[in-house]
Design a protein around this ligand. Structure first.
Ligand SMILES: [Fe+2]
Length: 406
């Protein structure tokens, strides 16, 4: 069970306001659940990281990062190549993990089990759905946490990993707050030195294969739309330039894509039956610009639903293959955030699901061919480091036709 998620006592506080409240705070007179564990999570590493981030914010403008084009992708010598051809089964197979960056035994066990499946399935690519470095992201561009919480556990899964930012990767004083997006730039910088870690910018797309795309991945940064706290840096406010540019880019990229299948990958889900709930009412909040995720909900509904085949998300430490519905415009939401942590075993909401699991560790494998898109969900027994295939979902018709000009 996950015990590290901090829930603010009311929506859209700043980090400093939250720190001042303590665990007895209420919202509108109604008690809101919190963990009440303030002293433990503000540890030395966190404070140092927060102080460094604060100092950087004081002297530097927030750079933001433009989405990478093929020409601007910087990868180091020896970087594992993107697959240009399907595997021996005629498919592109992609490992999907989420919320993996603890460095604990469970992460290593899930990665070990996934490694065996990757070999059997002919994996050519992997996805990390955010919260890559717990508890509050790396402290520098070459923090040893990149080794302990990513490279070492994933040794042997020697493919490019499409990484997206999670709230823990972009936190300031409070782990998981998402209150310092600029810290995510360290994970972008790390991509220039890793053979696996692929994050050429804070949001980007990857067509596969590059020449004649069959599937295209659209990696997005959901954090400033759904942080637990209000953003202090105007650049990263929900209606600031960074988020406006990202939404405009995603809209145009989806429209221009020549791929048969389109997959949006981002940390926070649109729909979610786990305890964090769905965008627009995350963790029971239905007010404010940040904590509820209302603007992320708007973005998903305006830009993604009915245009992408899948939304792959983490954040909730569960495994869910939800059903496409009229509400989603035929887009299927998948939650895969149990690669190091698990939840409380219970469904908290009732979006139609093909299969879901709220108690086991696990990962998924996405398999793509011209004829079909397949999602295999695996649970992992941490003690034995063995994976079990628990569900297979298939779809044969893309949600949206490829544009006529493609
Ligand atoms: Fe998260």
């Amino acid at each position: 069970m996950c015990e590290d998620e901090m829930i603010p006592p009311q929506a859209d506080m700043t980090e400093r306001e939250w720190l001042r409240t303590g665990s007895a705070a209420t919202a509108g007179g109604t008690p809101v659940r919190t963990t009440g564990r303030v002293p433990q999570w503000v540890n030395r590493r966190t404070l140092l990281g927060g102080a460094m981030a604060g100092a950087a914010l004081a002297v530097l403008p927030s750079p933001g990062q433009s989405p990478a084009s093929a020409a601007s992708r910087r990868r180091p010598p020896g970087a594992f190549p993107f697959p240009e051809h399907p595997n021996g089964k005629g498919e592109f197979a992609i490992l999907v993990t989420g919320d993996a960056g603890t460095g604990d035994e469970a992460q290593y066990a899930v990665a070990s089990a996934a490694r065996d499946v990757c070999k059997a399935e002919g994996i050519g690519l992997a996805v990390g759905l955010g919260d890559n470095i717990y508890e509050n992201g790396p402290e520098s561009d070459d923090d040893s946490e990149f080794q302990d919480k990513f490279e070492k556990p994933n040794s042997g899964i020697d493919v490019p990993w499409l990484m997206v930012l999670g709230n823990h990767d972009c936190s300031g004083l409070i782990p998981g707050s998402g209150g310092d997006p600029s810290r995510g730039d360290r994970e972008v910088a790390y991509a220039a030195t890793s053979r696996r870690w692929y994050m050429p910018s804070r949001y980007y797309s990857v067509p596969l294969p590059a020449a004649e795309p069959l599937v295209e991945f659209f990696a997005i940064d959901t954090i400033p739309w759904s942080s637990y706290v209000a953003q202090l840096d105007p650049h990263y406010r929900w209606d600031g330039p960074y988020m406006r540019e990202q939404q405009s880019w995603l809209d145009g990229a989806l429209r221009a894509s020549r791929a048969r299948w389109k997959v949006v990958i981002g940390h926070h889900p649109y729909l979610n039956n786990g305890k964090h709930g769905s965008a627009g009412s995350y963790d029971g909040f239905e007010i404010g610009n940040y904590t509820s995720g209302v603007h992320l909900k708007d973005m998903y509904e305006k830009v993604v639903c009915g245009r992408a085949d899948l939304i792959l998300s983490g954040h909730d430490h569960t495994l869910q293959i939800l059903e496409p519905t009229a509400r989603t415009g035929g887009t299927r939401q998948v939650v895969c955030g149990a690669s190091a942590k698990t939840e409380d075993g219970a469904a908290h909401f009732h979006n139609p699901a093909a299969w879901q699991n709220f108690s086991d560790h696990g990962f998924m494998v996405l398999k793509v061919s011209g004829a079909r898109l397949t999602i295999d969900a695996y649970t992992v027994d941490v003690a034995t480091r063995k994976a079990t295939l628990r569900h297979r979902a298939r779809q044969t018709r893309p949600v949206a036709a490829v544009p006529a000009h493609a």
